[in-house]
Every structure is written in structure tokens, then in C-alpha cells.
Design a protein around this ligand. Structure first.
Ligand SMILES: CCCCCCCCCC/C=C\CC(=O)SCCNC(=O)CCNC(=O)[C@H](O)C(C)(C)COP(=O)(O)OP(=O)(O)OC[C@H]1O[C@@H](n2cnc3c(N)ncnc32)[C@H](O)[C@@H]1OP(=O)(O)O
Length: 358
């Protein structure tokens, strides 16, 4: 469904009625999408170096590349709808006001003992994340942030946690390359933002090997429990691409720059025990008892007073948030360029022509 002019105007009106400040990142996103929807791609000169606000706005608008006006309009309407809890009740009902998680077989959301569980459910494809799944996960996190659960858990179905980005995302979509990559960068940015902004304790149960973006976002989780069959692999350079998920910032902080470089630049695959020694994983359990032990732990933790846990998380995380959003924006901008590079195009072709393995 494409948002009409009326939907767009309605959303612009709703923004004016916001009761609370939605924060700088949300305001930048709204600004960029509004400009793109009304004026098209940014072609104004870059503001001078000390005009920080002007630059941030220019960067946000420019990052949308050649995203079509209609798509920007739709994204604006969707984004405003995701801000609804802070809108005034007299603002009127926008078309997407009650949008909830679409029925999805590949991303399953369940609830257990006050814990919301988001399960990647494409075991035949090693839980590779499709374009649709990025959007479903983003919506699932938004919903979990508002539901009555105390903890949110991420896991995979089958013998893999996730093989990362589904490489057919590069070929399965319509439209010009420029348009597709601009949309993808925005989708990725929203996806990672939803981890950065997640307000409750977020725990990963890494049931098997994890690859690419499934590894990088772990730096944004509050605890990572892993089976001893899990491995952690970010083969970005061999795919001609660059790190995302804020890992270019979180990994050096977590494990030190040298170990981070081995993983993110040289693509070294590490075991669960190595990842634990380096601080990326909280604790490793034998595969046979992994589910039982991890769930016993989670069920006990979920009985803690929820507000205290939420506020505790805020204290631990909120000071670095601005930086994380800036890192995310920059990683997405760089990736958007890399996707067009010969190195990346060749690597994806190799995967599908020879069914090449990591
Ligand atoms: C324009 C871009 C749009 C992007 C949209 C949003 C932005 C995303 C940004 C993030 C970008 C990249 C970050 C990353 O995640 S990089 C890492 C990408 N992942 C890989 O390179 C892994 C590739 N897979 C493999 O090397 C192997 O499959 C494996 C994981 C080592 C498992 O090997 P296996 O022998 O045990 O199993 P296999 O037979 O290969 O797999 C079973 C079937 O699953 C398919 N499959 C597995 N992983 C992927 C994948 N990542 N993408 C697509 N398909 C995958 C595999 O092809 C098999 O399929 P089939 O049975 O042959 O049909």
C-alpha cells in the first residue's frame, strides 16, 4: 500500500501535535523523509563544517540518495505511526495508526513467563535474514518495547542461530540499483536503530553458528548466552563489504581494537568460548543442556522488578546512544557505496554461481 497525499499531510499534522520531544534522531529522520518526500533527492550544498545541525540534517537527507518521493512519503507515514504513543489523543487516526506485526512465518514472536521471544524461523536457509525479515524484526522489537514483558529474547530455530543477511536480498528486488540500495540502507538503519533504542533487557540465545549481521548486533544486547556449538563469523571483507550493526564502534570497545580487527577486517571465525573470553558472549553452555540452563536463568531474571531493570539498562546504555546512532548512520552510508562495488558484486555472484561457502 502506498501512502496518499492525504495520509502524508495527516502525518505531518500529527508531528506538529507531538506531546513529547521524540529525540534528535527521530527528528532528523522526520526531517530527511519530509524533504525527500516533498523536494526529492538532496541537491543543496553541504553546510559549512561548524554548522553542526545543518550538517546533520544535510547528512540525513543525503543518506536517502535517490529514494523515490512516494517511498519517502510512505516511510514518513510509517515512522510517524511508530511514534504514536507520544502523540496527542486529539491528533486523529492516521491510516497506519494501529499497524501491528504482520503475520510472518520467518520471524515468530511468542511469549513465555513474562519474556517475549523473537525466533528467526527459516531453518532450511540457516535463518538467513530476508529484506522482509529486517522489517518484521524492527516491528517485533517496537511491539516488544511496549508489551508487558520484562525481558526480550532473540534466538534461531534449527542448527543455526543465523547465517546473516540473505544474499539473495541483492538480486530479488525490483527498481533501479540506486533506489534499491537507498531503500536497503534506510531499512538497515531502522533495523539497527531498533536495537540501539530497545528499552528493556535484550538477551540473545545463540543456539548455533552466527554470521554477519547476526553477530554484529550482539554488541547491542545486554546478555549473550551461547551453545558451545555456536561460532561467530563476520566475513565482510571477503564479501567486499564493511561492518554494520554498530560493530565498528562496539567491538573495539568490547574486545579491544586488535581482536575486533581480526574479526571485522580479516574475517576470523571464533568459537563460543573465544567469544566469551573476548567479552562478546556472556556465558557458554554445553549444547545438550543449553536450552534448559539458559531458560532457567532467564525465567529467574524475568522475576526481577521490571521498572528497576529498565531504568538500570537506561543508566548503562543511554549515555552512548547518540554515538551509536551516528555510527549506525555512517556504517549504512558506507555500506550503500560498497554494495555497488565490483568486489561486492563479484562476491555475491560467486556465492550463487558456485554456491560458494564462507
Ligand atoms: C541490497 C542489499 C539488501 C540488504 C538488505 C538490508 C541490509 C543488510 C545489510 C547487511 C549486509 C551484510 C551483513 C552480513 O550478514 S554478511 C554475511 C552474509 N552471509 C553469508 O555470507 C553466509 C552465506 N552462507 C554460507 O556460507 C553457507 O550457507 C553456510 C552459512 C556456511 C552454511 O553452509 P552449509 O553447507 O551448512 O549449508 P548450505 O547448504 O550452504 O545452506 C542451506 C541453504 O541455505 C542457503 N543459505 C545459507 N545462508 C544463506 C545466506 N546468507 N543467504 C542466502 N542463502 C543462504 C544456502 O544457499 C542453501 O540453500 P539451498 O538449499 O541450496 O537452496
Amino acid at each position: 500500500m502506498v501512502a496518499s497525499e492525504k495520509d502524508f499531510e495527516n502525518a505531518v499534522h500529527q508531528v506538529k501535535l507531538l506531546k513529547e520531544d521524540p529525540g534528535n534522531d527521530a527528528k532528523l529522520k522526520l526531517y530527511a523523509l519530509y524533504k525527500q518526500a516533498t523536494e526529492g533527492p538532496c541537491n543543496v550544498p553541504k553546510p559549512r563544517v561548524f554548522d553542526f545541525l545543518g550538517r546533520a540534517k544535510w547528512d540525513a537527507w543525503t543518506a536517502l540518495g535517490s529514494l523515490p518521493k512516494e517511498t519517502a512519503r510512505q516511510n514518513y507515514v510509517d515512522f510517524v505511526s511508530s511514534l504514536r504513543p507520544s502523540l496527542t489523543s486529539s491528533s486523529g487516526e492516521g491510516p497506519a495508526a494501529h499497524r501491528s506485526l504482520p503475520e510472518s512465518e520467518d520471524v515468530v514472536v511468542t511469549s513465555k513467563d513474562s519474556i517475549t521471544v523473537i525466533t528467526l524461523n527459516r531453518p532450511a536457509k540457516k535463518n538467513a535474514i530476508t529484506y522482509q525479515m529486517y522489517q518484521d524484526i524492527t516491528l517485533a522489537l517496537k511491539a516488544a518495547s511496549k508489551d508487558n514483558s520484562t525481558i526480550t529474547v532473540f534466538t534461531g530455530n534449527g542448527n543455526y542461530y543465523s547465517s546473516g543477511n540473505d544474499l539473495s536480498n541483492f538480486s530479488n528486488r525490483s527498481g533501479s540499483l540506486q533506489q534499491m540500495y537507498a531503500e536497503s540502507a534506510l531499512t538497515l538503519r531502522n533495523f539497527v536503530d531498533s536495537f540501539i533504542d530497545f528499552p528493556k533487557p535484550l538477551v540473545a540465545l545463540v543456539n548455533g553458528p552466527a554470521v554477519g549481521i547476526a553477530v554484529t548486533v550482539l554488541g547491542l544486547f545486554d546478555a549473550v548466552y551461547a551453545s558451545d556449538r555456536a561460532t561467530f563469523h563476520t566475513p565482510f571483507s571477503s564479501l567486499g563489504i564493511t561492518p554494520e550493526g554498530c560493530s565498528s564502534y562496539t567491538f573495539p570497545k568490547i574486545m579491544g581494537p586488535a581482536k575486533a580487527a581480526e574479526m571485522l577486517i580479516f574475517g576470523k571465525k571464533i568459537t563460543a568460548r573465544e567469544a566469551c573470553a573476548q567479552g562478546l558472549v556472556t556465558e557458554v553452555f554445553p549444547h545438550n543442556t543449553f536450552q534448559k540452563e539458559a531458560w532457567a536463568r532467564l525465567t529467574a531474571y524475568a522475576k526481577n522488578p521490571p521498572k528497576a531493570m529498565r531504568i538500570g539498562k537506561q543508566l548503562l546504555r543511554s549515555f552512548g546512544k547518540e554515538t551509536l546512532h551516528a555510527v549506525n548512520a555512517e556504517e549504512c552510508r558506507v555500506l550503500q557505496e560498497r554494495w555497488l562495488s565490483e568486489e561486492c558484486v563479484n562476491a555475491i555472484q560467486t556465492f550463487f554461481s558456485k554456491k560458494g561457502k564462507l
